[in-house]
Design a protein around this ligand. Structure first.
Ligand SMILES: [Fe+2]
Length: 290
């Protein structure tokens, strides 16, 4: 089974480009059997649900996605609270939140599990204290979730609840190797590099060490994330525990994947003409063969 992974399509910010049509064409050309989207399809819950359904129809294959922080935004809290937005995603059949599934691979059956994840500031520099990080603002720059997402009044609680939802699915499917999709980063290595402001501060809103720690306690073979708008892949060794059999004690490997399409304004940094959408999609998509 050939799965494509991608994240951060941002179909509204990239509205001058036919993102869904081009992605569907590429998936068809490559013979993909399904596509995983690690959040940030758009900045509107209904547009995200519709876009996932449109991609499924255009590509003719299953689409599984998790919401990202942008998908959870609302410009008008009188219409939808962040909790209401999340519940809408839970009801969408293409969204993985609270409903894992099994995928029959060539040699093994895999569990596919996902949720947004959240952040607890663990990737920020220790020079910032809790109060500074709760402010979500540095040198006049505000992390936009503070303005558009009600969950940010309790970032640690939101992370805890997301980890509980993920763990319930990991327990349910614990006899299977797992592919876990989140929007937030499970590993520090995918954060913006360097130890200077402002990213030594804003890295605090990209993910959580506790998320990576949770995944390392279960048989997670692939961890797909987005959010940071990078295109990276890394295999990490997860040590085995003491008192286990020889094979378990040797540990195992988990492949972490960050396959972001990102904003069209960022594509110029790839050195290719920003109008070459197909090139950008081909270089953002990463493959998982099971
Ligand atoms: Fe994004």
């Amino acid at each position: 089974m050939k799965l494509a992974a991608i994240a951060d399509l941002h179909v509204d910010i990239n509205k001058s480009y036919p993102v869904l049509e081009c992605l569907a064409g590429y998936l068809k050309d490559e013979g993909a059997d399904g596509v995983l989207i690690a959040g940030d399809i758009s900045e509107d819950v209904l547009k995200t649900c519709t876009s996932a359904a449109d991609l499924k129809r255009l590509a003719g294959i299953p689409v599984w996605y998790v919401p990202g922080n942008h998908d959870m935004w609302s410009g008008d809290f009188h219409i939808l609270s962040t909790d209401q937005i999340y519940r809408t995603f839970e009801k969408d059949p293409n969204c993985l939140s609270n409903k894992g599934c099994l995928l029959k691979g060539r040699r093994e059956t895999y569990a596919l599990i996902g949720d947004i994840g959240w952040y607890d500031y663990s990737f920020a520099s220790p020079q910032y204290d809790e109060k500074q990080l709760d402010a979500m603002e540095l040198e006049g720059r505000i992390w936009q979730d503070r303005l558009k997402n009600q969950w940010t009044s309790d970032n640690r609680g939101c992370l805890r609840r997301s980890l509980e939802r993920l763990e319930a699915q990991l327990v349910r499917y614990r006899e299977y190797p797992a592919i876990v999709v989140t929007h937030m980063l499970p590993v520090r290595e995918f954060c913006v590099p360097g130890d200077r402001a402002p990213w030594d501060y804003f890295n605090g809103f990209l993910g959580s060490e506790a998320l990576g720690e949770l995944l390392s306690r279960y048989r997670v073979k692939y961890a797909v994330c987005g959010h940071v708008h990078y295109r990276k892949r890394m295999r990490i060794h997860v040590p085995g525990g003491a008192g286990q059999g020889k094979a378990e004690a040797a540990g195992r490997y988990m492949t972490c994947i960050c396959p972001c399409l990102g904003y069209h304004s960022e594509w110029k940094h790839t050195g290719v003409h920003s109008g070459d959408l197909r090139w950008q999609i081909e270089h953002a998509v990463q493959w998982i063969a099971i």
